[in-house]
Design a protein around this ligand. Structure first.
Ligand SMILES: O=C(O)[C@H](O)[C@H](O)COP(=O)(O)O
Ligand SMILES: [Mg+2]
Length: 299
């Protein structure tokens, strides 16, 4: 496994940027933690635009739709076109519509937030669950009345997860083996405020355990649906495209799977020792402390 190259000087930054025309940029842990932009990120994105680089934003976070993400960028004073954003909720709707050809008469039971239901609505795919099951009432097993038209369960980040949602999803999947079990992503943790919290992959662990069944498909990085959706909309020259991420087993693996070059930043999940230890399983081509470090070129 080659040794990752640490970028640490102005010359390093300049020669690195000259190698690529397109950057796939992860969001949580690279651009921001929640709604807080990481230092220097706004300047670096503006610099990349000035240099004529193509930017594609690739997030496993399914809480927001493409439209909501472009609004988030706008509120952070960063101009991003909706068609530059590939969030896992959009990938899920794209995959159900175009790859699975999910039947019109069927419905999706959703554990997740508005990002998923908005993107499904845009593709004309009917859904139930999500905030309908947020209620704080005491759970009653007699409250479970399965909708016979549900043909798939789709799970994403849900900060209002509860027993009722897990019980309903379990019931759909347990009572009908043909019911599809789909995840927007399976990140174990999410970086926030300089620490970590449980991610989508950890929220669905009770379902996987109780069903003794793994998901039929996972949409987000490092998996194929995310890359298929991007390459369906953008022609990528893999030699001149770099994936920039904070998580080795999603972002960097995604770049490796796509035969892209990869840059790890240390402002999110993965740390320097994760790539410098002997026989590290996943190693980026390059790494640096933070995306904001490139703002050295703005001075
Ligand atoms: O659990 C999650 O949903 C993920 O940790 C999180 O949202 C990852 O987002 P990304 O780093 O792909 O932008
Ligand atoms: Mg990330």
């Amino acid at each position: 496994m080659p040794t990752p190259i640490k970028l640490s000087s102005r010359n390093d930054y300049e020669s690195f940027l000259e190698k690529f025309d397109t950057f796939l940029l992860d969001c949580d842990g690279v651009l921001w933690h929640g709604n807080t932009l990481l230092p220097g990120v706004r300047e670096v994105l503006a610099l990349l635009r000035q240099k004529g680089k193509r930017l594609i934003f690739v997030t496993n976070n399914s809480a927001k739709s493409r439209a909501s993400y472009s609004l988030k960028f706008k509120k952070l004073n960063i101009e991003v076109n909706e068609n530059e954003i590939f969030c896992s909720a959009y990938i899920a709707a794209y995959y159900l519509k175009n790859i699975l050809k999910f039947p019109k008469e069927k419905k999706i039971y959703v554990i997740g937030e508005s990002g998923i239901t908005e993107e499904l609505d845009l593709e004309g795919i009917r859904s139930c669950g999500s905030s309908e099951d947020d209620d704080g009432k005491d759970f009653d097993f007699n409250d479970i009345h399965p909708d016979p038209t549900v043909g798939a369960v789709l799970c994403g980040l849900d900060t209002r997860i509860n027993y009722k949602k897990i019980a309903k999803a379990f019931n759909y999947l347990y009572s009908n083996p043909d019911c599809l079990f789909l995840l927007t992503n399976d990140d174990s943790t999410i970086p926030y405020n300089g620490t970590l919290y449980p991610g989508t992959g950890s929220l669905v662990a009770p379902l996987i355990k109780s069903l003794n069944r793994n998901p039929d498909a996972v949409m987000g990085k490092p998996n194929k649906p995310m890359m298929d959706c991007i390459t369906n909309e953008f022609q990528l020259d893999v030699e001149r495209t770099c994936m920039i991420g904070d998580r080795l087993n999603t972002d960097i693996q995604f770049g490796i799977n796509g035969k892209l070059k990869t840059l790890l930043v240390l402002t999110g999940i993965s740390k320097e020792h994760d790539i410098l230890i002997k026989n590290a399983p996943i190693v980026p081509d390059y790494y640096l402390p933070s995306l904001g470090d490139f703002s050295e070129l703005c001075k």
